[in-house]
Design a protein around this ligand. Structure first.
Ligand code: GLN
Length: 571
């Protein structure tokens, strides 16, 4: 018996990076507005088992889930090999999950991120275990069956009304072919009006002739059709609203009714997209296609249309600007720090400001003072490895000397501590052993539990962990609690060996883990200066309607500083 769940496949055309994730999340919102229980699966056709080993410059940030999944590539639940089978820990998943969570207000299990790596690894290991004895193991049906099983079991186990499945990449990519094939088969196997395909495409604008052009989109639809899938809805990404004649042309050439060719121009706030979709009646249209009758309308803040509208306006209205300097090293694409950018935007909007993020790509040539002098606050970013580290340490030093509000996240907190030890404890050459394994003062060192781990991929300290906050600290004032859960992704931590001296010089440990062994945050003991570093990543839990408490406190300090700064320099 198939689950009584409807499936929405989202594919992409022309090129990647056109905002398919936001479209998928917004589609999910349309179902939520009508009272349905939804979730999302993201398919990443690359061969990595999870995106944790990818370069953030190429792929954007990794989103971290609360739960860590023990992915067992061979085992099916009833297997007799269960106990001795190797498993892989997965909590680092595609950045699109951040978008889904922020829009939909739900948490998703890491098994919702399916990669080709997982599918091929499972197929080959199962073959070696003799699971397919006597048979030829092939992409169709062995890999495609596995993909279908994973989708169906999520829909069933989570008792969903609608499961949206976004396929990464672009139609026509060799590596996404098996996933499109699985979609095609599911469309065929499930009852009528149980599946639709929404194709997201780019409508280019030709400057030379001053017109939008539909041909690349037409070709991408043809490509999808040649994989055996007829799209039901076409979402057209473009700079400006879709011109009527282009809508007509795309409808005619793609065999899609005109009302299902949807305009998706650039927007001031991404959260506006569900509203734009509703204005084009897309919510009613997809429900009609899937034979879904709206349930009782939800009044919960997150899932109610009018509440969402109010929230969106908060992000759109013209507001005074708060400028945050973000020194870091992954800046080739705008998504490397997307959860941080969003957390800052949420916290600023909730306090009546618009966050202007000044990305500072740290290199040897850069003049740090010149870059930071007009910033109301500094957020020192997470990261790995040697490049740009000395510059980032100088940024923390600048904040300490000039009393600029400062939030250091993970690597940013570690480098804040390095900078403090060099300046106030006189430990010349102090460093993290990640950066300088021979440092005379390893003030940041590898976690004890990490010392015997050699394998990469899912092996860091990951996921949601309990944090015990010290009363009377800035962190405590921010959270108003002594116990919280936040998410982690690290191998190194602040070494407590130097802490006695550091505390004498004005540093405070404001939180630790449950055992008391791991320092989870530090701050300066100064009345008039908010300078905090967290080993954890509060940005992963910030939502547009419920900003992170830590980011709220940071932005509050920046707003106070803004008035001091603007008064003296009038900028
Ligand atoms: N590289 C550092 C560590 O592994 C910080 C990681 C991070 O910023 N997420 O501890």
């Amino acid at each position: 018996m198939p689950p009584d769940c409807k499936f929405v496949f989202v594919t992409g055309g022309v090129m990647s990076g056109i905002g398919k994730g936001v479209v998928t999340a917004s589609l999910g919102k349309l179902f939520q507005f009508r009272g349905f229980k939804v979730s999302v699966v993201k398919i990443d056709p690359y061969l990595n088992v999870d995106p944790g080993t990818l370069n953030p410059i190429e792929h954007g940030e990794c989103f971290i889930t609360e739960e860590v999944w023990d992915f067992k590539p061979v085992i099916e639940t009833d297997s007799k090999f269960e106990s001795d089978e190797k498993s892989y820990r997965i909590s680092e998943i595609d950045q699109d999950f951040g978008t889904y969570c922020r829009f939909l207000g739900i948490e998703m299990h890491p098994s919702h991120n399916i990669t080709s790596g997982q599918i091929y690894l499972s197929t080959i290991l199962r073959e070696r275990r003799g699971k397919f004895l006597g048979r030829t193991v092939q992409i169709i049906p062995h890999c495609t069956n596995m993909i279908k099983e994973r989708l169906l079991s999520i829909a069933k186990e989570e008792d969903l009304d609608v499961l949206l499945i976004e396929c990464g990449g672009t139609v026509g990519d060799l590596e996404s072919g098996i996933f499109l094939e699985a979609f095609r088969q599911l469309k065929l196997e499930l009852p009528k009006r149980h599946t639709i395909c929404v194709h997201v495409t780019l409508v280019l604008y030709s400057e030379a002739i001053g017109q939008q052009k539909s041909k690349p989109s037409q070709h991408s639809v043809k490509m999808l059709q040649s994989a055996g899938i007829q799209p039901d809805v076409l979402v057209c990404r473009s700079k400006k609203a879709l011109a009527e004649d282009i809508r007509n042309k795309l409808s005619m050439f793609s065999s899609i009714p005109k009302e299902a060719v949807i305009s998706n121009p650039d927007l001031e706030s991404v959260y506006e997209l569900p509203i734009l979709f509703e204005q084009q009646k897309l919510g009613d249209l997809v429900c009609e296609m899937l034979d879904l009758k709206a349930k009782l309308v939800s009044f919960s803040k997150v899932n109610n249309y009018s509440e969402w509208l109010v929230m969106v306006n908060m992000f759109k209205i013209d507001k005074p600007v708060i400028r945050i300097g973000m020194p870091g090293k992954y800046f080739n694409i705008s998504d490397s720090y997307i959860s941080i950018n969003d957390a800052l935007t949420h916290a600023a909007a909730h306090q009546g400001y618009k966050a202007e993020l000044k990305m500072i790509n740290i290199s040897e040539e850069i003049d740090i003072e010149e870059q930071l002098h007009d910033c109301d606050g500094i957020l020192l970013t997470p990261g790995f490895g040697v490049r740009a580290v000395e510059g980032m340490i100088k940024c923390a030093q600048y904040a300490m000397e000039n009393r600029v509000p400062f939030l250091g996240i993970c690597f940013g907190a570690q480098l804040f501590y390095v900078s403090f030890c060099r300046k106030y404890l006189g430990l010349e050459g102090a460093n993290s052993t990640e950066i300088d394994p021979d440092t005379p003062f390893p003030v940041v060192d590898m976690l004890e539990e990490q010392k015997n781990i050699t394998e990469k991929g899912g092996t860091m300290r990951l996921g949601g962990q309990k944090i015990i906050i010290q009363k009377g600290t800035k962190l405590h004032a921010a959270y108003e609690k002594t116990e919280i859960m936040e998410r982690f992704r690290h191998r190194y931590h602040i070494n407590s060996n130097y802490m006695e001296d550091a505390e004498k010089k004005g540093l405070i440990v404001s939180s630790r883990d449950e055992t008391g062994q791991i320092i989870n945050s530090i701050e300066l003991d100064r009345e008039d200066h908010w300078m905090v570093g967290t080993q954890f990543h509060p940005e992963f839990k910030s939502r547009p309607y419920k900003p992170s408490k830590c980011y709220m406190a940071f932005i509050k300090a920046c707003i106070e500083n803004r008035y001091l700064l603007r008064k003296s320099t009038d900028i």
